[in-house]
Design a protein around this ligand. Structure first.
Ligand SMILES: Cc1ncc(COP(=O)(O)O)c(C=O)c1O
Length: 708
């Protein structure tokens, strides 16, 4: 209609229902079609360029469709509307016509409802429309004219035809099935408006003087088009005498309202001209002509299409399971950390000092370790532990190839050789059965990695270490909070190294900690972390700690110290750790239950005698049963708006390790197998249960779609 009136029209549509409804406009020079989602306006910075007015029809329409996914409905119908209107106002676009609905009246209890009558919404749809209307009214001023049109139930033929609307549906059913169904006695009132009248009402409001419509709400119907459903059925029967009228008990739709059209008629001289009978005739004609052969097809039913789209993965044109991008990980940092950091910054002492000392004490206390030495990262912690353990050129250190580069890199820094031992497919941890075979006279240490926070078989590790006189340096980067046979990780071996990198169970931005029993070795580690100086700077410069002159280099040490700014975070993060761990555990359990149903997904098994630190939630995809590779699965998750990670691609497959040690993929078959199958899903305390649910929906949708 706008095009007929020679307006230049830019259509912005998600095109859920395909391009057919707008295909007839494609060649018109005054029409521009942009496919997009109203929730992602930021992706279309030029959408509102040169626009004089907006007719905002984008939304999730009809009551049952919105009940399917209330959050999505709020997002589309309220948040997106608000953002569009605010942007329009900022851009100086004066006229904004909003398509609302008489559904807002819900269980209307008065005889003839006017725009000011009480609203008794009975569906998410109605609530979203009501809230959006209110927000738009508040934006109305001299320069911005929002107009709210409460459409009655539409009927009649339209380019995007619908048969989930009462009049159209009655016609289709009467014609195709020879039945007219009346639900719940049919006493409920419903107003109707022909789709062309509704479109005309929009144009009338676009063209009306601003002062007549600014911030106004209009019912769009004609009083004669108010019917009780049973009356509508009787009217239809006149046209289809061969159809049988059937009463169906119960109706999920609790709406009933009889609506006045006086305001729009008086204020704007607008009168809806089509009667319901006109519509019945037109729709019948459409079906008789054979223009539509199957009026029961999904494409004519909003709810069916919306449910289908929700079940389809985004890579196949479905709706993303998360409306906004859910990052793979995000740290939980609160006001306590912020003010502690500020306090440190203002204190005048910002690098290693009293807060690091306090953090070390608190950490040791939490773990139940004799000593804790704070350093700049877990990589530094692992390196210093090797130095303190006396690992040097020519030595060998046994570790897992399925780990982060740090674990093996630091062995090489010491001039020693990392000796990989394959992992167990069920736990992803080093296979304890294979360790002894890898021991040679050069072996100095074992570095088990508690992957994802699942403790390795530490009893086997201890037995082997003691039998062969080896030192154990645990890479517990993932395992803060884990326990092995009731012992906290951090109390078992000669050295245990933790990470406080932002994604870890607690964070100090960057940071690490070594726990150990031996106080002398702990002192040595502190010295090593601080250039090998016999006194650290804090002690050198403070008044009561003696003079600069007594400080000496006693080892060729490193610059691996933690700062007081970092420790400021750590001091509060460690207090929050129990709550963090229980949130992680809770979400992991929800995932476990959900994925137990999927044959194509397995999760590492957790023995009853360990406490998992739940740092990562790793799933193992059975790619042989899927039409997708692991990497394609990750892309599909990204299309669902969900970030994921890979822990890990085995080190023996990386260029340096391949070239230096001549490894082939099959040297560590399990690590190789897992490298192509593991995916880490978001798991962190800041997530909501809804986020967890979105991840599950995404995984299930993709698996169902990609199942062979
Ligand atoms: C298993 C493992 N070890 C060591 C590290 C190194 O930790 P950092 O980044 O604190 O040096 C990481 C880091 O992610 C890791 O995953």
């Amino acid at each position: 209609m706008l095009v007929e009136k020679k307006y230049r029209v830019r259509i912005f549509d998600r095109l859920y229902f395909g391009e057919t409804p707008v295909a007839h406009l494609a060649s018109d020079p005054n029409v521009q079609l942009i496919k997009g989602d109203i929730r992602r306006l930021e992706d279309f910075p030029h959408l509102l360029d040169d626009v004089d007015a907006i007719v905002h029809l984008a939304g999730l329409a009809n009551d049952p469709s919105c009940d399917l996914d209330p959050e999505m409905s709020f997002d589309v119908n309220i948040t997106a509307t608000r953002r569009l209107a605010i942007t329009a106002k900022q851009r100086g676009i004066e006229r904004f016509i909003f398509s609302s609905s008489c559904s807002v009246y819900g269980r209307g209890e008065v005889d003839l409802i006017t725009e000011d009558s009480d609203k008794k919404p009975v569906s998410v749809y109605a609530v979203t429309k009501l809230i959006a209307e209110r927000e738009l009214c508040e934006l109305a001023d001299e320069k911005f004219t929002p107009v709210m049109l409460r459409n009655a139930t539409l009927f009649g033929p339209s380019p995007r035809m619908r048969f989930d609307l009462a009049v159209n549906q009655i016609v289709a059913r009467a014609l195709k099935r020879r039945k007219i169904l009346v639900f719940e006695g049919g006493r409920q009132w419903r107003p109707f408006v022909h789709v062309e009248d509704a479109a005309r009402a929009c144009i009338v409001c676009l063209e009306a003087p601003a002062e007549k419509v600014r911030g106004e709400i209009f019912n769009v119907t004609n009083e004669e088009n108010n019917f009780q459903i049973v009356e509508l059925a009787r009217l239809a029967q006149k046209h289809f005498p061969e159809a049988v009228m059937e009463t169906v008990p119960g109706d999920e739709d609790k709406r009933s309202y009889r609506v006045s059209s006086a305001k729009i008629e008086k204020t704007l001289g607008f009168k809806a001209t089509y009667s319901v009978e006109d519509g019945i005739r037109q729709v019948r004609q459409l079906l008789d002509d054979g223009a539509i052969t199957d009026p029961e097809a999904d494409v004519y039913y909003n709810i069916r299409l919306i449910s289908k789209i929700r079940q389809m993965p985004a890579i196949a044109g479905g709706e993303s399971s998360s409306a906004r991008f859910l990052p793979f990980v995000s740290p939980s940092i609160g006001e306590e950390e912020e003010s502690e950091v500020l306090d440190t910054l203002r204190s005048g002492w910002i690098t290693t000092g009293p807060k690091v000392e306090r953090f070390e004490r608190r950490f040791a206390e939490y773990i139940g370790a004799e000593n804790a030495v704070a350093v700049s990262s877990c990589t530094a912690a692992l390196h210093l532990s090797l130095v303190a353990a006396g690992v040097g050129p020519g030595d060998e250190v046994i570790t897992s190839p399925l780990t982060w580069a740090s674990t093996a890199n630091v062995v090489i820094h010491q001039g020693a050789t990392p000796v990989f031992v394959d992992v167990d497919r069920d736990t992803l941890n080093i296979d304890p059965e294979l360790i002894e075979r890898a021991i040679t006279p050069k072996t100095k240490a074992i570095m088990p990695v508690h992957i994802a926070g699942l403790p390795c078989a530490m009893d086997v590790m201890r037995t082997i270490a003691e039998k062969h006189g080896l030192c154990v340096i645990e890479d517990a980067a993932h395992a803060l909070g884990a326990e092995y046979r009731r012992k906290k990780i951090g109390t078992i071996s000669e050295f245990t190294c933790f990470s406080f990198y932002p994604i870890k169970n607690i964070t100090t931005i960057e940071g690490g900690m070594i726990t150990l029993a031996d106080a002398e070795v702990a002192d040595k580690l502190r010295t090593l972390s601080n250039f090998g100086m016999s006194k650290d700077a804090w002690k050198r410069y403070s008044q009561d700690e003696g003079s600069f002159r007594t400080a000496e280099v006693i080892y060729p040490g490193y610059k691996y110290n933690m700062t007081d700014v970092q420790a400021s975070l750590g001091l509060h993060q460690i207090e929050k750790l129990p709550a963090f761990l229980s949130a992680r555990e809770k979400y992991a359990k929800i995932y476990d239950r959900a994925f137990a149903e999927l044959d194509e997904v397995t999760v590492p098994s957790v023995p009853a005698y360990v406490k998992h630190a739940r740092h990562l939630y790793i799933i193992i995809l059975d790619v042989d049963k899927l039409k997708l590779s692991r990497d394609e699965f990750i892309d599909a998750m990204k299309a669902e708006n969900i970030g994921t990670g890979v822990h890990f691609v085995s080190l023996h497959l990386h260029q340096y390790y391949r070239e230096r040690y001549g490894y082939r993929p099959q040297d560590f078959p399990n690590a190789d197998y897992l490298s192509r199958r593991v995916v880490s899903l978001p798991l962190y305390p800041k997530m909501t249960e809804k986020n967890v649910h979105d991840v599950i929906v995404a995984v299930k949708k993709i698996i169902a779609y990609a199942r062979k």
